[in-house]
Write a protein that binds this ligand. Structure first.
Ligand SMILES: Cc1cc2nc3c(=O)[nH]c(=O)nc-3n(C[C@H](O)[C@H](O)[C@H](O)COP(=O)(O)OP(=O)(O)OC[C@H]3O[C@@H](n4cnc5c(N)ncnc54)[C@H](O)[C@@H]3O)c2cc1C
Length: 256
């Protein structure tokens, strides 16, 4: 089984992201592997363990994205590839998908292609579906469990209304959600192996494609409006007295 897991490097979820001079900034907060992509790597590794084969982690980004790839290697991926090219700065999801699809084609004969459900910075959540479409492969999203029999895969999708079972022939593209189960921690041996790993860098020329054109632009980006919040502690000698004061305030403010 040839398996690919796509991982993106993003600012830590605890970072304060602000817009300064029209540019997105997260200060000196660390960059980490997109948390949703750890679930994708976990799902990919479980398929490797069940059916044999290899898992290749791929990221498109600058040099710093190697850290996300090292995390994937430390979790147990066999190899990692960085796609980096100056022409790819700030491309949209469709252009990203073209590049990721070209990488899948270059690797060749992939059976299962895993993505996280969305990147916590861009938050588009459509790169996987666009990649599947370019490759002409079935897209099985929001996977909470995955089982493979022969060339058929069955996925339990976790959706708001409950669970849905879908099935398709391999090769196929998957997005993985939290219900899949906690991603494993990198092992000590894995961390050592990842630290020594040489990660090859593919450019657009290596992929044999021209710079893809974005179709969506971000002409403006702004911080959310500041909200004025005041906090008042209601005191009293008993819970009943506090509740009564709270009810009076809610009535006075016309909340009740
Ligand atoms: C300063 C700035 C300017 C930008 N300008 C634009 C713009 O003009 N137009 C626009 O549409 N977007 C713009 N973007 C967004 C950016 O290009 C997107 O991050 C990218 O297109 C992917 O979309 P997403 O992050 O929402 O990913 P999603 O679609 O939310 O990602 C889903 C999954 O796809 C995979 N994935 C996504 N990206 C990668 C990657 N690079 N490498 C490997 N796997 C990946 C991961 O598995 C991820 O979990 C800008 C971003 C920045 C920071």
């Amino acid at each position: 089984m040839k398996i690919i897991a796509f991982v993106k490097q993003v600012p830590d979820s605890a970072a304060t992201v602000v817009v300064e001079d029209g540019k997105v900034s997260w200060g000196d907060a660390p960059l980490v592997i997109n948390p949703w992509d750890e679930y994708a790597v976990e799902a990919a590794l479980q398929q490797k363990e069940a059916h044999g084969g290899t898992v290749t982690a791929i990221s498109m980004g600058d040099e710093s994205a190697k850290e996300a790839l090292k995390h994937a290697l430390a979790m147990g991926c066999n190899e990692a590839i960085l796609i980096s090219d100056p022409a790819l700065a700030n491309v949209d999801t469709r252009a990203t998908a073209e590049v990721l699809a070209a990488a899948v084609r270059k690797i060749g004969d992939a059976d299962m292609i895993f993505f996280g459900r969305q990147a916590i910075d861009g938050d588009a959540g459509i790169t996987p579906a666009q990649t599947a479409r370019i490759l002409g492969l079935p897209m099985l999203s929001f996977a909470a469990s995955i089982s493979v029999e022969g060339d058929t895969v069955k996925v339990e999708r976790s959706i708001e209304e409950g669970r849905q079972i879908v099935s398709a022939k391999l090769p196929a593209v998957f997005t993985v959600v939290k219900d899949f189960g906690e991603p494993r921690y990198p092992s000590f041996m894995g961390i050592r192996k990842a630290a020594r790993a040489q990660i090859p860098v593919w450019t657009l020329a290596d992929l044999g494609i021209e710079a893809p054109k974005s179709v969506v632009s971000w002409p403006e980006i702004m911080n959310p409006p500041k909200r004025e919040v005041t906090c008042e502690f209601i005191e009293g000698d008993s819970p009943e007295e506090i509740a009564e004061k709270l009810a009076d305030k809610l009535i006075a403010e016309k909340v009740l």
